[in-house]
Design a protein around this ligand. Structure first.
Ligand code: UD1
Ligand code: CA
Length: 458
């Protein structure tokens, strides 16, 4: 297999986005644009990647896997100038095939990168530009063809009227032979309206030298889409959302109404699952068959089994086994493993805890840093005091334990299987198996004393 690498251009500033950060950090379905481009390359099997960064380079690097190469472009002098900053990287890879791609176009998917590469190889080209035919080519570089071949790419601002009418455009992504790319870069000149070094001029230069060059039509105008302002970014989100829905519909997922639904492309949702309005599914999340998520729920980096029911609740960084019910209005924070058939009702927070199968917590409970057995019942208002102000401690609750309303468990503490706590108990020491623990002030009743507290005459 030939060696392949990529150079991604991400030194643009994106002033029209309004934020201070780099444009390539703007997010589409919670993923920065540059990360889409990176993942598309990785998806095509290209993992040796050099990203050209400008200001805010640390912020860009934070979004990329460790080991990503970078080169700094201090001044923004054009796409050709940007690639020149990767000269050292390229010189070590002269014999490789090099993909150069804009860092702000998320929809150039792996199969397109791969298809273009195969055409590049088959044509024995020095350069192959990925093109698209669009309704409105304004702003893009036009592909000028003669006969079967490609002659040049002309940028909008340098184009005459006849050239402007061409609707085949440069999608902002090209394959090169490493050595040819380096050679062409040396010959770029800023003789154009913008006074920049255009990467696109490489095509004409290589062709003049008698090298083979080509254009590969991606067949999908969306490949070229990027965002220059917030309105266009919202447009990208809308398209990305629809792409995910389309795939999920084909897979048999039920999304009857898509209002407010955002699903990360990485999510895996099984056939027969149902996603209701206002639901956000982020990160590496998996949802099992026949689960119903929503309305108004948020799942992030979590795995849910089959037949789960999540209503108006947050599930973060956790695993839920089959038939778990949560909500409305509860939150599962990272680090939880929740057993089959567990029922969590309203206003319950669970954090970094294991809950055994069939355990129930219907309302108003905090379960933090606990190992809870099967069939445990949490009464209303149970609170695990896991934090002593300095350290967090774990609590262990055996199978079949019954926790009366407003029980406080002062961690670290252990309750044996089958133990009971009376309502209002504060547990500070371990409770053995099958024991009843009552720890609350004894009740005193003072007859008629309530009258003293009322206003006279009442
Ligand atoms: C570029 C192409 C154009 C193509 C279009 C597709 C050139 C000269 N033109 O135009 O043919 O149709 O993309 O969207 O290549 N960047 C840098 N440093 C720079 C300049 C740009 O890193 O000095 C980066 C930007 O961050 C961006 C990418 O390169 O990710 C493209 O730059 P942009 O200014 O958007 O190029 P266009 O003018 O749109
Ligand atoms: Ca652009």
């Amino acid at each position: 297999m030939e060696k392949r690498c990529a150079v991604l251009l991400a030194a643009g500033e994106g002033k029209r986005m309004g934020g201070r950060g780099s444009k390539v950090l703007c997010q589409v379905l919670f993923r920065p644009l540059i990360r889409w481009v990176y993942d598309n390359c990785a998806g095509a099997g290209i993992e040796d990647i050099c990203v050209i960064v400008g200001k805010n380079s640390e912020d860009v690097l934070r979004e990329l896997p460790q080991g990503t190469h970078t080169a700094l472009q201090e001044q923004r002098l054009g796409t050709g100038h940007a690639v020149l900053q990767a000269k050292a990287f390229l010189e070590e890879r002269r014999d490789w095939d090099v993909l150069v791609a804009n860092g702000d176009a998320p929809f150039l998917f792996p199969r397109l990168i791969q298809g273009a590469w195969e055409a590049h190889r088959a044509g024995q080209n020095a350069m192959t530009v990925i093109s698209a035919r669009v309704e409105d080519p304004a702003g893009y570089g036009r592909i000028l063809r003669d006969g079967e071949g490609v002659r040049a790419i002309v940028e909008e601002r340098d184009a005459d009227d006849a050239q402007k009418a061409v609707r085949e455009i440069n999608a902002g992504c090209c394959w090169f032979r490493g050595g040819d790319l380096l050679e062409a870069l040396e010959e770029l000149t800023p003789q154009n309206v913008q006074g920049e070094l255009y990467l696109t001029d490489a095509l004409g230069i290589l062709r003049e030298k008698g090298r083979r060059v080509g254009a590969w039509d991606a067949g999908d105008p969306r490949v070229v889409l990027g965002a220059n302002d917030r309105r266009q970014l919202a447009g990208l989100n809308a398209i990305a959302r629809e792409m995910v829905f389309d795939r999920l519909y084909d897979q048999g997922v039920d999304i009857p109404v898509t209002d407010g639904v955002m699903i990360d492309p990485r999510a895996r949702i099984a056939p027969g699952a149902r996603i209701l309005p206002g639901t956000v599914i982020r990160g590496e999340t998996a949802v099992g068959r026949d689960s119903v998520i929503g309305p108004n729920s948020w799942l992030e980096d979590s795995t849910l089994g089959e037949g789960c029911l999540i209503q108006a609740s947050y599930i973060l960084g956790s695993t839920l086994e089959d038939r778990v019910q949560i909500g409305p209005f509860s939150r599962v924070r990272p680090g939880c493993r929740i057993g089959a058939g567990v029922k969590i009702g309203n206003f319950v927070e669970v954090k970094n805890s294991v809950l055994g199968p069939g355990t129930k917590s219907a309302h108003l409970t905090y379960i933090g840093d606990a190992d809870v057995g099967a069939g445990v019942n949490f009464g209303c208002g149970v609170c695990i005091a896991n934090y002593d102000g300095v350290k967090k401690h774990r609590t262990t609750i055996g199978d079949g334990v019954f926790l009366g309303c407003n029980t406080n468990l002062i961690a670290p503490v252990k309750l044996g299987d089958g133990a009971y706590t009376a309502a209002g108990t504060t547990v500070t020491r371990d409770v053995p198996e099958d024991a009843l623990c009552i720890g609350r002030p004894r009740q005193t009743v003072l007859p008629d004393r309530a009258r003293d507290y009322r206003k006279p005459g009442k």
